[in-house]
Design a protein around this ligand. Structure first.
Ligand code: SF4
Length: 142
């Protein structure tokens, strides 16, 4: 995601990423410290959905992952290590759970494309699918 405090654009690996951790963890910008994936935020999600185990990061985002879709908050499940992660049963069940819950649009995204799985209550009738754009800073309360 974009980190303004580091002048880091979205879609560019942070210069402080060591490959295994944050090289400035104790002094990292507030935007980094405040951001948590939904596995961290929702205590009921099982250990199998931890992003490094499932291969998918679920997050609450302020904009959809494709430019053509209307700006609105949404849940995005991003494959971080290949789209095969979407085939895992626990990942499929997590998408189904967020869709059933229904308060926000749910997107399935990879580094190449993104598909809206459901419409949230405010989303226009058209479904969306398209080329994914890099994440920008979430601006929703943590
Ligand atoms: S936590 Fe922030 S500062 Fe650290 S590597 Fe990630 S983006 Fe960079």
């Amino acid at each position: 995601m974009e980190i303004e405090a580091l002048a880091k654009p979205a879609g560019i690996l942070c210069r402080h990423n060591t490959g295994t951790a944050c090289g400035i963890y104790l002094e990292r910008p507030e935007a980094c410290a405040r951001w948590h994936c939904l596995w961290r935020k929702i205590g009921a999600l099982p250990d199998e959905l931890r992003p490094d185990r499932s291969g998918v990061v679920f997050s609450l985002e302020s904009r959809p992952p494709i430019a053509e879709a209307p700006d609105e908050a949404c849940i995005v499940g991003r494959a971080v290590d290949g789209v095969h992660a979407f085939d895992r049963w626990e990942v499929a069940e997590a998408f189904a759970m967020f869709v059933r819950e229904g308060s926000l649009p749910v997107w399935k995204a990879s580094d190449r494309d993104a598909t809206m799985l459901n419409r949230g209550p405010k989303t226009p009738a058209r479904r969306h699918r398209g080329r994914a754009v890099p994440r920008r800073s979430p601006n929703l309360p943590g």
